[in-house]
Design a protein around this ligand. Structure first.
Ligand SMILES: Nc1nc2c(ncn2[C@@H]2O[C@H](COP(=O)(O)OP(=O)(O)O)[C@@H](O)[C@H]2O)c(=O)[nH]1
Ligand SMILES: [Mg+2]
Length: 394
């Protein structure tokens, strides 16, 4: 993911650092010239002073040396040592001013100009677009970074760390923008107040991974000690009913199913009634992702919500779907109001960039990432996971 960006980032940091070094060298050379041209004068004045005193006092040198010795013995040992080392160092360099100025400049704060930052921001823009972050979000990230990097100054010894921190922060601001929903915690609190079954309706386009994800979530509930069942209410997609039934049998839980072409809402209704009758605590309701027209799909989704009154409506989207994902999500959200998102297929060279688009453009929190086809291939949403793929830390 974001291939080559890290290399470009290093090049960018190097270019700023080397420009800064050149500047330091030029300025230091200027300083050296100044100091050298000043030196003869200073020395001349000093020599003349000593000669003057020699004329008045016949033993000036001996006295001066004595004074110096007295001063040195008053100095603490560590300071004395430091002074000697510094003097030795300065003698090697030729003059005092050059060394001191050079050291202070290496540790100074660097200001990054628009001209410096533009080529890198252009690379970042392309990388984000290639990673399915939508145009508006890319502009937002790039502009906030431009501001961050050009407005203040950055301490030069940590240039690379500081710039990458600023990039991470701009991304984190977006990735942390929505809240979260604790599915298991909510179900547990409903259970303890006697409100069962806890119903979750799963929505999303065809092939996104709804049925697979439902099975993963079922396993999560089972592992936490909940009794659980499935509603095979995708009556449109070939083999969808069998697929749900196979998962139910593997997990050892009940499934309510109908025939292909049957009304999905009536199957979901039956599943909820079945759970109530048998005190099953969690019902996971599948749905179809495609109908003859999108209008009828949204009508069907609304009907399922009316009939089953789910506690949570979760959208399942493919992280590899690119920008179309955001449009699908918005369509479902405006039809029924979503409570959370699960992004699947992050293992398939997915560009987690569309997480940035989702969290920037909607208020729906991302809850989990699907990372494979096995039951355990699911992980809680972690913004650092996305940031790490954009700006790997090593
Ligand atoms: N690699 C990978 N494949 C997945 C993931 N989730 C689902 N799939 C696969 O995607 C395909 C479609 O999944 P399915 O659950 O049938 O999608 P549905 O039509 O939305 O119910 C199947 O082959 C799944 O095994 C995932 O996180 N990673
Ligand atoms: Mg399915």
């Amino acid at each position: 993911m974001f291939e080559g960006l890290k290399k470009k980032f290093s090049e960018f940091v190097d270019s700023i650092a080397s420009k800064e070094e050149e500047k330091i060298e030029e300025e230091a050379l200027e300083d050296k010239k100044e100091t050298i041209s000043e030196l003869p004068n200073e020395e001349r004045v000093r020599e003349e002073e000593i000669k003057k005193r020699e004329r008045v006092d016949p033993e000036p040198k001996i006295k001066e040396e004595k004074k110096e010795q007295e001063k040195a013995s008053e100095m603490p040992k560590r300071e004395e040592h430091q002074k000697i080392t510094e003097e030795r160092e300065l003698k090697k360099r030729g003059n005092v001013t050059f060394g001191t100025k050079l050291r202070s400049k290496i540790f100074k704060e660097i200001r990054i100009s628009e001209k410096d930052i533009n080529p890198f921001l252009e690379d970042l823009r392309i990388s984000l677009l290639e990673s399915d972050v939508n145009y508006e979000v890319v502009e937002k990230v790039v502009e906030s970074l431009r501001k961050e990097l050009t407005e203040g100054s950055i301490s030069s010894p940590e240039l690379e760390i500081r710039i990458s921190e600023k990039i991470r922060k701009s991304l984190m601001d977006i990735l942390k923008s929505s809240g979260s929903v604790d599915m298991l915690g909510l179900a547990a609190s409903k259970r303890s107040s006697g409100e069962i079954p806890f119903k979750i309706l799963f929505l999303g386009p065809n092939g996104a991974g709804k049925t697979t994800t439902i099975a993963k979530i079922a396993k999560m509930f089972i592992d936490k000690g909940f009794s659980c069942m499935l509603s095979a209410s995708d009556t449109f997609r070939a083999a969808a009913i069998e697929q749900t039934a196979i998962h139910a049998s593997r997990l050892g839980i009940p499934v309510v199913k109908g025939s292909y072409g049957a009304d999905p809402s009536s199957i979901a209704f039956d599943a909820v009634a079945h759970a109530k009758a048998r005190h099953i605590e969690v019902v996971l309701i599948d749905s179809a992702g495609r109908q003859e027209t999108n209008k009828s799909l949204m009508d069907e989704v609304r009907k399922m919500v009316r009939v089953t009154k789910p506690n949570l409506k979760i959208f399942i989207g493919e992280s590899i779907a690119g920008n179309s994902l955001l449009n699908q999500l918005k369509e479902f959200d405006s039809a029924v109001g979503l409570d959370g998102i699960i992004l699947t297929k992050l293992d398939c060279d997915a560009k987690g960039g569309n997480t940035l688009s989702i969290l920037s453009e909607t208020d729906v929190p991302v809850l989990f990432f699907g990372t494979g086809e096995k039951y355990e291939d699911i992980m809680p949403y972690d913004p650092n996971f996305i940031i790490e793929s954009i700006m790997p830390s090593n």
